[in-house]
Write a protein that binds this ligand. Structure first.
Ligand SMILES: *Cc1c(COP(=O)(O)O)cnc(C)c1O
Length: 227
């Protein structure tokens, strides 16, 4: 087996274990394999091992890879989305995890309508309040969702701070879940999806209710950005 196949199998096993430990159903959370910076050939290896959902954080990379890879791949855009790239993003991505403002949401909705596509949208929330992060403040979530016709907005996404302790990871991921529960109840809408957890912290996210985990390094290896 290649390193990618081994990595994928190990992440899938750890995901299954974390779900079982949390008393959740085996299909309650899905893996999004984050292939950013890795070539299409690497995506193909994971695809042939059965993986179908892949995540990219740049529209340019998604644009380059999607056309040369199997059409039944489900692409997830997980990185910051600039307004001038929305058209390309919704052309390829079935999921956008990084809606971080009302203005971006409105642009995504209007271009999706024009192109007659229905991407699944997640609002990115800065739960921990870190300065450097993208994501909207928790207080802005309900107001933003009011502008989103169901069923397009399906949930919330967050990124935990790097090197967070286990207890602060529980606080961040549990905080996103509570925000989701509260918002779903107050607006009377279903918000089934919670995108949270990466290579270093996904078991904690699964314990706290993640439905989509975004894992790159543990599958594809370390990224090199000097290309
Ligand atoms: C790169 C990235 C990931 C994957 O991170 P790993 O630590 O490599 O698993 C997850 N989410 C987002 C938003 C990313 O940009």
């Amino acid at each position: 087996m290649s390193n990618i196949e081994t990595g994928l199998e190990s992440v899938n096993n750890r995901l299954a274990e974390a779900l079982e430990k949390a008393g959740r159903k085996p299909d309650a959370a899905r893996l999004v394999a984050v292939s950013k910076t890795f070539p299409a050939e690497d995506v193909k290896i994971a695809y042939e091992a059965g993986q179908r959902a892949f995540g990219e954080n740049k529209v340019q990379e998604l644009d380059a890879k999607a056309p040369v890879l199997p059409q039944d791949i489900e692409w997830h855009l997980i990185g910051h989305l600039q307004h001038n790239k929305v058209r390309h993003a919704v052309t390829h991505a079935a999921w956008i995890h990084s809606i971080d403002s009302l203005a971006l949401l409105q642009r995504v909705l209007s271009i999706s309508k024009e192109l007659n596509v229905s991407p699944n949208l997640l609002l990115e929330v800065n739960v921990s309040g870190e300065e450097s992060k993208f994501g909207m403040a928790p207080d802005d979530v309900a107001r933003t969702l009011e502008a989103c016709p169901t069923p397009l907005c399906v949930g919330l996404m967050t990124i935990a701070p790097l090197d967070a302790s286990e207890s602060s990871l529980h606080a961040v991921f549990g905080g996103l879940r509570k925000l989701r529960d509260k918002t779903a109840e107050s607006l009377g809408i279903p918000l089934p999806e919670l995108s949270m957890g990466m290579s270093a912290d996904f078991p904690v996210a699964v314990a706290e209710g993640a439905t989509l985990i975004r894992v790159g390094t543990a599958i594809f290896g370390h990224r090199q950005y000097n290309i």
